[in-house]
Unconditional design. Sequence first.
Length: 103
Amino acid sequence: MSIWALMIVCGLITFAIRYSFIAAEGHFQPPDWFVRLLPFVPVAALTALTAPELLLVDGGIELGGGNVRLWAGAMAILAAALWRNTVLTIGIGFLAFHLLQRL
């Protein structure tokens, strides 16, 4: 199978999966417990993406002072909690990471 055919097949599968949710609108009512848990999905997904980047150093978990990414992430979390500004949070995180790497 050529790469183009594979990309088209994967695109069609992705489209079918996403369209199934749109087509099912009004025809399917998920259970109440499922609907109550949906607000937690973005937080869980973001945590699953960022936690390994902050905690893993050379394949192992490092929680000490030598983990620059963890400290920069903590500063970015603090900035997000204080100012609730996405651009400022990213900027403070990158600045903290850069400065901590230089120390």
